[in-house]
Design a protein around this ligand. Structure first.
Ligand code: SF4
Length: 331
């Protein structure tokens, strides 16, 4: 690991000021991804700014009836908080499907959103990777790309974004609250927070250097009784998703008033299945309609050489997640 300066930030404004003053500085929260990347020589900050003591960990209701989750709260605390379990069980399920208990105890909510791809070529500094070193090429494009994207990829990068938590937050239309260098605050819809790779795969999100995630807000909704997070992976725990689906339904009788579907493991960001969602509104909640919606969404997939299986897997996962949501996660 390369030498770096460690700075302990006392409050939010001084943390932001420190980061703004050094373009090679990184915020350090749980450290569950950043420290791995530094040890692998992928991330090379010359300063880490410890933000763990800034007091941004609270979970509370908002004036609009939603729930605010502190950016520096721990993943475990978010998953197990009574407000989240009661109103957004799909988020609890998604967080608990990620990583291991030990990692969730350390990882923060803001850090979860900022975790970087697990593309093996990104981690191997002997291989070309446009995300790690812009202009060097993409080792995965002609390499082993079984775990890679089937939606929204570019010739520059085919990586997928690894978070489970963000997939549930995308289905719930969460909003990321951000504080910037001059004290200004802004809100970004989670669906606009992460980027597709395009010509700049080195940029994972629309967060600028020096900006800090202070909270994540989830608006009030009526999905608690009919939601589910399904994660399909190579082994039962401590593995990233081949495909995951956060599904949520609002029903009147058996007719769908609102449907939300977000897919993980298929793109550079949580993939909102808007085509499938629109097809389900006003329809009976039946397996046949779920299948039609899944077919329509997955028809746009563009698989790579080694991940064609993800198209059928994604199709079946959407149907299964919707069935589980319909049954209140019990079937
Ligand atoms: Fe790098 Fe993206 Fe290619 Fe992986 S897919 S090697 S992260 S450019």
């Amino acid at each position: 690991m390369r030498p770096f300066k460690y700075t302990n930030a006392k409050d939010v404004s001084s943390a932001i000021k420190l980061a703004t003053g050094n373009p090679n500085a990184k915020f350090l929260a749980g450290g569950t991804n950043l420290l791995d990347l530094m040890k692998e020589d992928v991330e090379r900050p010359d300063e880490v700014i410890d933000i763990t003591r800034l007091g941004l960990a609270q979970i509370k209701t908002t004036d609009a009836g939603g729930i605010s989750i502190g950016g520096l709260g721990r993943n475990t605390d978010a998953a197990n908080h009574p407000l989240i379990r009661q109103h957004h069980p799909v988020l609890t399920q998604a967080i608990l499907a990620g990583a291991s208990g030990q990692i969730r105890n350390m990882a923060t909510n803001g850090g979860n959103l900022l975790q970087r791809t697990r593309c093996p070529y990104f981690y191997d500094i002997a291989m070309p990777c446009n995300k790690r070193e812009p202009g060097s090429g993409c080792g995965a494009l002609e390499g082993i790309n079984r775990m890679h994207a089937i939606f929204g990829w570019s010739e520059k990068c085919i990586a997928v974004y690894p978070s489970d938590m963000a997939v549930a937050l995308a289905a719930l239309d969460a909003v990321v609250k951000i504080k910037g260098p001059n004290g200004e605050e802004r809100s970004v819809a989670i669906t606009d927070f992460h980027r597709l790779p395009g010509d700049m795969p080195e940029k994972d999100t629309n967060l600028s250097h020096g900006e800090l995630i202070t909270a994540i807000e989830i608006p009030k909704s009526n999905f608690a009784d009919h939601s589910y997070y399904l994660k399909v992976r190579d082994r039962a725990s401590y593995a990233f998703a081949l495909v995951s689906v956060a599904a949520a339904l609002e029903l009147t009788g058996n007719v769908i008033l609102q449907a939300r579907i977000a897919i993980g493991g298929v793109a550079h960001k949580p993939w909102r299945a808007t085509k499938a969602e629109q097809m389900l509104v006003g329809k009976e909640a039946t397996e046949a309609n779920f299948k039609l919606a899944a077919d329509a969404e997955m028809a746009d997939a563009k698989p790579l050489e080694h991940n064609k299986f993800k198209v059928e897997l994604g199709n079946r996962s959407i149907v299964r997640a919707l069935q589980m949501a319909l049954d209140g996660g019990k079937s």
